[in-house]
Design a protein around this ligand. Sequence first.
Ligand SMILES: N[C@@H](CCC(=O)N[C@@H](CS)C(=O)NCC(=O)O)C(=O)O
Length: 372
Amino acid sequence: MSQRDDAPGIMQVYGSKISYYTGKFETYLRYRSIPYASFPTVAHTRKLIEGVGIVQMPVVRLADGRWMTDTTPMIAWLETGQGAASIYPSDPALNFIALLIEDYADEWLWRSAMHYRWSYRRDRQHAAEFLYEELVRGVLPLPRVLALTMLKRRQRGGFVRGDGVNAQTRDHADGTYLAALDRMQAILVQRPFLLGQSPTIADFGMMAPMFRHFGQDPTPAEIMREHAPAVYEWVARMWNAKPGSDDPQLIVSIDAPLRSFLTEICETHLVQLRENERAFGEGRARYAQTIQGRQYTNLPVSRYRVWCLEELRRRWGELDRSAQDSVRACLPSPEAQLLLEVSGHVPSGYDRDRQAPFNRAINVFGSGVPPR
Ligand SMILES: N[C@@H](CCC(=O)N[C@@H](CS)C(=O)NCC(=O)O)C(=O)O
């Protein structure tokens, strides 16, 4: 891959071929046949900071020179320029469910995906070699062996141990992937996409963990092939998907497999959003949370995720009464109450002017990598 970025006239995507969110974003660009050129981040750090304020994957430069980042608002903005059959369901209640699934994929499955990649020896070796070749070699003056050691230490120390995965939580971090796989498999044996006959933002969101991490890293990919072949097939289907007819033929009611997936989302992601918001409000840098009976300690507080919850609440507030009733009926867990509560909320203060994806961005965790 070229270290130069002379692709005038088309979108430039700075990321990595094994990056979680870059994979989600590329799946969308391919679906909409939006041409783009891929570039590695490390060689272009200064430019990315000038463009959006931070380095993360992906950061995007549009053909007209504007910069943007964060896949959720980027895809939402790009989709406003597209024709019929939006990837956002026209039914407001189903759209809210799709956005909730996207948020769970973005913000909850990330820990488990990093754990599989950096806790298992052969996965760690594979990812470090890949990142070295793609991002570091020829850019930073580091001997290969040293660079591999540094990459492993950064990723495992920050995003696994530094994000609460230890002897007490490791099997839960393993199991959270298996739970997502089981729930998706049960849905995808019935229909080609999560919410019907066409992909929605729920599918694009789930591609973040399922494609470049769980579908490519040796250990979780083998599990996917063995235990959830319909998910394995869906990953390829998503990567090759193109818009079909104007009628996306989405489901008209929430069936048992989708309900079960939503319960998992409420028990995990919504609890984490709640505890993170509370800790942020108390001005803490670290917090503890109990998820499905397992205690995670010393987790980094994320201001970005307080904003994610604000965004979900904003979308909830836009629903009319009957749509709210429909959503409430399919989010049976008491945790769903979080979407309605706003008392005592300390605002994130992020993107106050609603400029995303063109705002000055923040990393999910502080300066990028949570300290160990
Ligand atoms: N909210 C962002 C998250 C982007 C993100 O956190 N990407 C990861 C890698 S896939 C990253 O760059 N992490 C910071 C780092 O590794 O320094 C999005 O939706 O794109």
